[in-house]
Design a protein around this ligand. Sequence first.
Ligand code: NAD
Length: 700
Amino acid sequence: MAGEARYAVDDGIAVVTIDNPPVNALGFAVRQAIIDAMDRAEADSNVMAVVLTGGGRTFSGGADITEFGKPPRKPSLPDVNRRCETMKKPVVAAIHGFAFGGGLEVSLSCHGRIASADAKIALPEVKLGLIPGAGGTQRLPRLIGPEAALDVIVPGNPVTAEKALEMGIIDRTAEGDLLAAAKDHARDIASQANPPVALRDREDMLEATRQNPSSFEAHAAALTRKAHGLEAPHACVRAVRMALDTPFDEALAKEREMFIELMHGDQSKAQRHLFFAEREAGKVPGIPSDVTPREIRKAAVIGGGTMGGGIAMSLVNGGIPVTILEMSEEAIERGLGVIRRNYETSVKRGSITQEECDLRLSRLATTTLYEDIADADLVIEAVFEEMAVKKEVFARLDAVMKPGAIMATNTSYLDVDEIAQMTARPSDVLGMHFFSPANVMKLLEIVRGKESAPDIIVTALKLGKRIGKVPVVVGVCHGFVGNRMLSARMEETEDLLLEGATPVEVDKAFTDFGFLLGHFGMADLAGLDIGWRTRKALGKTAAIADALCEAGRLGQKTGKGFYNYEDGPRDGKPDPWVDTLIEEKARELGINRRAIDATEIIERTVYPMINEGARILEEGIATRPSDIDIVWVYGYAFPVGKGGPMHWAEQAGLKHIVERLEYWHGRTGKAVFAPSDLLRRAAESGSSLSETLSAGGKAA
Ligand code: NAD
């Protein structure tokens, strides 16, 4: 297995180097090569101890997830771990870069672990809808205790070497030459009279929890409180719990069974789909890979309101100095006040330190003068959603910004090409559509205008990633990808109320489907005036939502909307006033209200969204179905376990979706239900949306 794991002996130490670029994934050939190398080291009389390390920039990113869902090939990762653990000579894992998932599990089967100071470790399987399936749930509790193991396994987040040392996951950190330090560590262990006991044989760290299981249960409950319908976090807890009451080998076998069952389940398939989708989303057809991004050293944001403030926070959090331009000193103070309060809350919660808060605030400047932002490399406009205001802002930007500055608009719906025409340099203009709250939500729709230069798209993608967003490139149309699909369901939710459903029933159907918030709960949170203003601009109406706005009920911010928030923003109560309003409006429109069940609610709201998504693909507004999934999961909290609307549609069956759309189209005659050509063709041929697109559609 040349090239998959190198073997060399140096001064009594066998160094086994995993060599599978780019991340040393533990695919079949690597697994076999590690076992062969261990056999060789054990048989080699010149070897007293072994160091297991990774070639290139990292130890190991874990399992080769392209093998998931395929027939398993022996040796498995548990076989590799057993081989390391039962070696008669000590094995030390030398970790640099990262040891994630299976990578960390292999190191837990070694007799010692040493890491370079900037290394990171993690068991992130939960993020793919899985549990660690190669002993991690049994060995880690034996090393650091069951509750600390839950802290690593249930959230699945990376842990720094410093923290890992403090937790006892690694024995030492190395400042300089990791390999030399690892060899010394291996020699130390080999020369000990009582070498370390393999984790499989240790029980000492389990005893306290066995005596007091209630603290474990309370800890587990707190960690899984936000699992939101996902099975994997609960399965992680069940697996770790086995360490307390199930013999090691039996628990390992059960852990593997649980892992395989989850791997074949819909949720893990959906989460793995999203994992790949996120990586795909960064690839933009038609932009050569050698296009160089522009340098972004300083930025400006026009408008320091809800979005401008959040965008500025995202930028300064990513280390980019920002100047906010507002209309008046009062507006500046109002905006800065919100930003300061947000940071203070983060400090109080302990998510950032006071020093970090001060540092971030020090990167913020404000002004009312365009001259002050002229030398920014990037300016993001977030003023009122009115074309005339946006046009005026872009004309002024064109007059002052230095050559090469990128000019972005955060518009939700407006035509980016029309805005770009206000400048003499439309190739420097694009949309950067953040989601509210912009400092929290991960989605960034990068709107590529007709004339946007390739290098500004690449710059926006790079910047998006730098500030922790998940960027997706989309084309220009009313509402781009996310809001356009949202509009497709909006009209129907109003009609469901008029025809007989209550806001509570509609929202329950949504939360039962897996959304964090129901449609009306979300509308109240965002503010009903946003849709109201958009409808007015388009000459549209919505009987109930318009009436609520006219009554001053704009949602949470006014204490009332579809729900009543008098008991607090998180505690919206159904409001009889709204029920009466709905009944009156239905009567005025001559509608006989009837009982409406959850299936109908989902078919009439989620299915039109899928239909609109398919149209978006046909028009080339989104590149691939998985880009739409990313938009919905990261921008609108579509249930992660369903993988996004397009993935879910394929799981539910496109034929079924088309049949139901046709049914509702026949009953209502509404255009939102008329199945798109793409959906129809995919359903007829039995192919996926991607296959159907490449067979004769527009996008890739
Ligand atoms: P907002 O009303 O909270 O903030 C707008 C800010 O812009 C105000 O502080 C105002 O003083 C300032 N402003 C207005 N005209 C200006 C000008 N000519 N020069 C300088 N400053 C000016 O609005 P918002 O919710 O932050 O929305 C801003 C933009 O972001 C809109 O285009 C909106 O569609 C878009 N957007 C909003 C959301 C959301 O959920 N709120 C989400 C995504 C995108």
